[in-house]
Design a binder for this molecule. Structure first.
Ligand SMILES: Cc1cc2nc3c(=O)[nH]c(=O)nc-3n(C[C@H](O)[C@H](O)[C@H](O)COP(=O)(O)OP(=O)(O)OC[C@H]3O[C@@H](n4cnc5c(N)ncnc54)[C@H](O)[C@@H]3O)c2cc1C
Length: 321
C-alpha cells in the first residue's frame, strides 16, 4: 500500500493559509496512517514567508511552492498544478470548494480521468480497498453517500468551508519547502481577464466570522426594516434562505445552505425559515440555534436548540426594547 501523499491545493495567490485551507489541513493530518504519510500544501503565487510559517504551525509536513509573480491567472494556476501532477504523484488531492478550487479540480479530473467528489462533509480511509472514502449528503440530504474513486490512482475531492475545525499544531517549524518552476507558454493562456470588479462595499461583510447571525426566511419579508434595526443593535449579521434571496430581502452572497455558504456562528437566530434540508446544511456548524416560526410543525424546530412558536416580528419587537 505504501506511504500516502496527501495534497491540499491552496486556492489563493498570496494569503495561502486561509482558515478554509487550515481546516482542510487539520482533516488531512487526521487521515495520516503513519508518520511516513506526508501532507503537503501546494501554493502558487507570491513568496510569502509568514504564510508558509502558519501552514507549518498548523501541521503541514511540506509546502510545494511555485512562484508566480505576475497577476493571478486561472490558466496558469491549473496548468501549473497539472504540470506538478505529471512530475509528482499524490494519492489524494483535497481542494477548497471555492470558485478556483472547484474549477481546477474539475479540469484536472477530466484531464487525468481521476475521480472527483464535490463538497465532501467527511473523508475516511478504507484499508481493505486502499482507497479514500469521500462522504457527502445526496438525494436532497436524505442519505449520506460514501464515494470511492476507482478509475485512477489519483483521488480528488472538494471541501466546503467550516466543515472541519482548524488546529494549531506546533511552533517547531520544519521549513520543508519544495520549490517548483513552471513557465507558462503564452499560447496556453486560454482565459484572459478583461476586467476585475470589486463587490459593492456594503455587501463585503465578513459573514463567516460573524459571532451572531440573524437568518431570515420568506416569512420575514414584511418586516425587514425591523429586522435590520434589531440586528444592528446586537451586532448581528443578516443572512438568509434561498427564498429570501429570491424575494430580494437579502443579497445572494448572504444565502446560507447547499447552494450558498455554510456558517458556524456562536448564536444563530432563525426567523421565518421553514427549515428545508438544503438550507439547514448551512447552519449545522452554529453553536446555538434559536428558531422563531408561528408554525409549530416547522421542520427548522428539529434542528434548533430553542424554539419559539410565534411570529418573528413579535420577538423582534421584544428584542428592540
Ligand atoms: C437544488 C436546490 C438547492 C437549494 N439550495 C438552497 C440553499 O442553499 N439555501 C436555502 O435556503 N434554500 C435552498 N433551496 C431551497 C429550499 O428547498 C427551500 O425552498 C428554502 O430554503 C425555503 O426558504 P424559506 O424557509 O425562507 O421559505 P418557506 O419555505 O416559504 O418558509 C417560510 C416560513 O416562514 C414562516 N412564517 C410565515 N410568517 C411568519 C412570521 N410572521 N414570522 C415568522 N415566520 C413566519 C412560515 O411558517 C414558513 O415556515 C434549494 C433548493 C434546491 C432544489
Amino acid at each position: 500500500m505504501g506511504n500516502k501523499k496527501l495534497w491540499i491545493i491552496s486556492d489563493q495567490h498570496e494569503a495561502y493559509a486561509t482558515e478554509h485551507v487550515l481546516q482542510i489541513l487539520h482533516k488531512a493530518l487526521k487521515l495520516k496512517k503513519s508518520q511516513e504519510d506526508e501532507v503537503s500544501v501546494v501554493c502558487v503565487g507570491l513568496n510569502r514567508e509568514e504564510q508558509f510559517k502558519t501552514l507549518f504551525q498548523y501541521g503541514a509536513n511540506r509546502i510545494i511552492f511555485c512562484e508566480q509573480k505576475s497577476e493571478y491567472s486561472i490558466s496558469f494556476f491549473v496548468e501549473c498544478i497539472a504540470s506538478l501532477l505529471k512530475d509528482k504523484q499524490p494519492d489524494v488531492i483535497l481542494f477548497p470548494a471555492s470558485i478556483t478550487g472547484k474549477q481546477t479540480a474539475a479540469i484536472l479530473s477530466v484531464r487525468y480521468r481521476a475521480g472527483l467528489t464535490a463538497c465532501c462533509t467527511d473523508i475516511q480511509y478504507d484499508h481493505d480497498m486502499d482507497r479514500y472514502v469521500f462522504i457527502r449528503p445526496a438525494m436532497s440530504e436524505s442519505v449520506l453517500a460514501e464515494i470511492t474513486c476507482i478509475n485512477d490512482k489519483l483521488q480528488m475531492c472538494t471541501i466546503k468551508e467550516n466543515i472541519f475545525d482548524s488546529a494549531f499544531v506546533t511552533n517547531e517549524i520544519c521549513w520543508n519547502i519544495a520549490d517548483y518552476t513552471y513557465e507558462e507558454k503564452e499560447a496556453m493562456r486560454k482565459v484572459q481577464v478583461l476586467e476585475r470588479k470589486a463587490l459593492n462595499l456594503k455587501e463585503r461583510v465578513d459573514i463567516k466570522s460573524a459571532k451572531i447571525v440573524f437568518v431570515v426566511g420568506r416569512g420575514m419579508k414584511h418586516c425587514m426594516d425591523l429586522c435590520q434595526t434589531v440586528a444592528q443593535k446586537y451586532g448581528a449579521v443578516i443572512v438568509g434562505t434561498k427564498a429570501a434571496v429570491e424575494e430580494k430581502m437579502i443579497h445572494e452572497n448572504r444565502q446560507i445552505g447547499q447552494s450558498g455558504i455554510s456558517i458556524s456562528p456562536d448564536i444563530c437566530l432563525s426567523f421565518g425559515v421553514s427549515g428545508a434540508s438544503q438550507h439547514v446544511v448551512g447552519i449545522k456548524g452554529a453553536r446555538l440555534i434559536i428558531a422563531v416560526n408561528p408554525d409549530k410543525n416547522a421542520p427548522i424546530f428539529e434542528y434548533a436548540d430553542y424554539v419559539i412558536v410565534d411570529k418573528g416580528e413579535h420577538i423582534l419587537q421584544e428584542l428592540a426594547l
